[in-house]
Design a protein. Structure first.
Length: 151
């Protein structure tokens, strides 16, 4: 097993029926980020059956500000709010691995699911997103407006 996680490895872990709908961009990640990659795979398994895919989502693994190469140059994205863990812009989902790495697995999945719900289901209502997440992912629930592990 290599000491780094490649974007090819991340792509190969996506279930076959959804793989064509996720374009992964990641510089090789340290093996210590394996849990985040597994949380992403779980999030895809959870949301995939509920989405009618019309175009692929671009998922970028890294750290803010994200810098990626695109066909005609480089793209840099910096979130407007410094406390954001992950963020999306249209069908682009930016995952901040450093900000998620110390979270329990269930909450890594939640952080990723929130952005996938926004990007793939086009949900803009901030109160509705968590309701969708807890319905899709029964390992968490809402308690006083915050996520908690389900009992």
């Amino acid at each position: 097993m290599a000491d780094r996680i490649t974007q090819e490895e991340i792509t190969q872990g996506i279930p076959d029926e959804f793989r064509a709908y996720f374009q992964i961009n990641a510089t090789p990640l340290p093996r210590s980020m394996q849990g985040i990659v597994e949380a992403f795979w779980t999030a895809v398994e959870v949301i995939g059956p509920s989405v009618w895919f019309s175009q692929p989502a671009h998922v970028i693994f890294g750290t803010a500000p994200w810098k990626i190469s695109v066909s005609r140059g480089k793209l840099e994205y910096t979130p407007s709010h410094p406390d954001m863990i992950n963020v999306h812009f249209e069908e682009w989902v930016f995952l901040d691995c450093n900000r998620m790495k110390d979270l329990p697995m269930e909450f890594q999945v939640v952080c990723i699911l929130e952005e996938l719900v926004r990007a793939l289901m086009h949900v803009t209502n901030k109160k509705l997103v968590p309701e969708i997440v807890v319905r899709l992912y029964p390992k968490v629930r809402m308690v006083e407006g915050k996520y908690a592990q389900a009992e």
